[in-house]
Design a binder for this molecule. Structure first.
Ligand SMILES: *Cc1c(COP(=O)(O)O)cnc(C)c1O
Length: 366
């Protein structure tokens, strides 16, 4: 870095931004990496007084994720902390439109809201744009996930977000599966983006973290103020170490995702021809593939127990490939077939992944 102004983030491609952003200004002797600031309080009369209000390590991660999504990011303690902050935008007793099957923590959250009288819940097939639109009249919030976890259904985000905005309904998109490299919901009319940064953004199965992002508009800034107040008062704040690890992981998101997506596409193609697989769900983007296998729930459990390289564990988005029969989770919606295995495809060699998975499918089908 010598003469001339530094490039503006808007001029840089996403791959460059996730490497370059969230660093201290260049100065002789200044550190190159982001600061890891461990403090609960600050000397008085600064911008931030106390650790629940802000942290320089959060800010570094927020700068990078916000720029990738095209908005302003706030980091929270987990994906569910981000989900809860976004649900707090729903007025008490309001009406929320949700996918009939999506991340089970979200499904359980809306079921609890419904049971307590906190909200009226309308469940829709998110892939059915007409059904989503029809459910929006008189609603307050539209909750979207696309592709959905674990059925991998895809919503027409521009159409449903526009329909929501036209009716004054706030739209929230959980962008965990696509990441901002594959899809930027704010650009197509969403009001709030939510991430479980635990997954692809951090990418190494070593932290829990969440992010909410709002648009850089007057309406977006008003939402951001409410979300920030929620974070301050509910206290679901991120540890600086977790934020630092997530930023470190984010630096290679483009590389990890490129390999994982290529592996997923190839495995989806091969799985479709495997005799022990009855259905492959793969939306043509991302690195999660869901399959249904012969032998019902016991058959799926046998596959999960029989792999040697693939790790039998919940979660997704890490460098290592994981698989799990989703209905073992108590909150999993009944729409998810008992014999469905969710595969989170990692960045290993695809031939090794295929050999291990094919062998496990054969052993299980026995
Ligand atoms: C994992 C996940 C969450 C919850 O995130 P945590 O970091 O586990 O709290 C929310 N949405 C989706 C789509 C997820 O996969």
């Amino acid at each position: 870095m010598t003469d001339g102004p530094s490039p503006r983030p808007d001029d840089l491609s996403p791959a460059t931004r996730l490497v370059a952003l969230g660093r201290e200004p260049a100065a002789p002797g200044a550190q190159v990496g982001a600061p890891l600031v461990l403090t609960s309080t600050y000397h008085a009369d600064g911008e931030v007084a106390y650790g629940r209000g802000g942290n320089p390590t959060w800010s570094a991660l927020e700068e990078a994720v916000g720029s990738l999504e095209g908005g302003d990011a706030l980091v929270l303690a987990s994906g569910m902390a981000a989900v809860s902050a976004a649900f707090a935008l729903l007025p008490h007793g309001g009406t929320v439109v949700v996918p009939s099957a999506a991340y089970n923590g979200v499904m359980a959250t809306v079921a609890d809201l419904e049971a307590s009288g906190g909200a009226t819940v309308r469940r829709v097939d998110v892939a059915d744009t007409a059904a989503v639109t029809a459910a929006l009249d008189g609603a307050d919030l539209l909750w979207l996930e696309s592709p959905t976890n674990p059925l991998l259904e895809v919503a027409d985000l521009p159409a449903v977000c526009a329909a929501a905005r036209a009716r004054g309904v706030l739209s929230v998109v959980d962008n965990t599966f696509a990441t901002p490299l594959l899809q930027r919901p704010l650009e197509v009319g969403a009001d709030v983006v939510v991430h479980s940064a635990t997954k692809y953004l951090a990418g190494h199965s070593d932290v829990l973290l969440g992010v909410v992002v709002t648009a850089p508009t007057a309406a977006g800034r008003a939402l951001r103020a409410r979300l920030q107040r929620h974070r301050l008062l509910h206290g679901g704040v991120a540890g600086p170490m977790e934020a630092w690890l997530a930023l470190r992981g984010l630096r290679t998101l483009h590389l990890r995702l490129e390999r994982a997506c290529a592996n997923a596409a190839e495995l989806a193609r091969r799985l479709a021809g495997h005799g022990a697989v009855t259905r492959v769900r793969y939306p043509g983007l991302g690195a999660v593939v869901s399959i249904e296998v012969v032998g019902g729930a016991p058959g799926a459990e046998r596959v999960a127990a029989a792999t040697r390289l693939w790790v039998h564990a919940t979660s997704l988005g890490g460098v290592e490939s994981l698989l799990e029969r989703r209905r073992r989770q108590p909150n999993e919606p009944a729409e998810v077939p008992e014999e469905l295995l969710r595969l989170s495809v990692g960045v290993e060699d695809v031939e090794d992944l295929w050999a291990d998975l094919a062998a496990a499918l054969e052993r299980a089908a026995g």
